[in-house]
Write a protein that binds this ligand. Structure first.
Ligand SMILES: [Zn+2]
Length: 173
């Protein structure tokens, strides 16, 4: 079974392997980072095509236009993976393990669990996609931050410059 994925790993998975983020950024032809960046070495072998497949299932969850749609998409993916929850006792602590019907879905289910935990902990708006032009990269909000709109400081800076230029153009007679 896969260890839980860190939120940053899910973001890297979707942004680096997802079709939409790569195409929108003009990076479709670029090489992928090493798979070991997001997949622990002791688990099922995932190649670039498998990671792209998972990333393309997860991107719509981030891009969902409403909370209801976001929850429906996640629930649908869990159902399609035949996910079951099993409990175990370790060191006097109960742990819940989410298991897909097939091991090839283990990374997808691990990512969905990470997203589920984020949404329960921080609310349904804790994940999203970048508002900047030519970027649909996904983000997960940091705790106690201002409401987030951009994937990175680069995109938020770029959007500020664009808005400034637009205002200046409009102010000219
Ligand atoms: Zn961005």
């Amino acid at each position: 079974m896969l260890l839980p994925l860190e939120p940053d790993d899910v973001v890297v998975l979707v942004n680096e392997w997802g079709t939409a983020p790569r195409v929108e950024a003009g990076e479709a032809a670029q090489a992928y980072p090493p798979v070991s960046l997001v997949v622990p070495p002791d688990t099922v072998r995932f190649d670039d095509a498998a990671l792209t497949g998972i990333a393309d299932l997860l991107h719509p969850v981030f891009a969902a236009p409403s909370s209801a749609e976001r929850v429906r998409l996640m629930d649908d993916l869990l159902a399609r993976a035949g996910t079951t929850v099993r409990l175990a006792l370790a060191d006097d602590q109960v742990t819940a393990e989410w298991r897909p019907a097939d091991r090839s879905d283990s990374l997808l289910v691990a990512a969905l669990r990470t997203l589920h935990d984020m949404l329960v902990e921080r609310g349904l708006d804790a994940i999203g996609t970048c508002d900047a032009d030519a970027c649909v990269d996904v983000w997960i909000d940091r705790p106690r931050g201002r409401p987030r709109r951009y994937c990175s400081d680069t995109c938020s800076g770029r959007a500020r410059v664009t808005a400034f230029r637009r205002r200046r153009r409009e102010e000219r007679p």
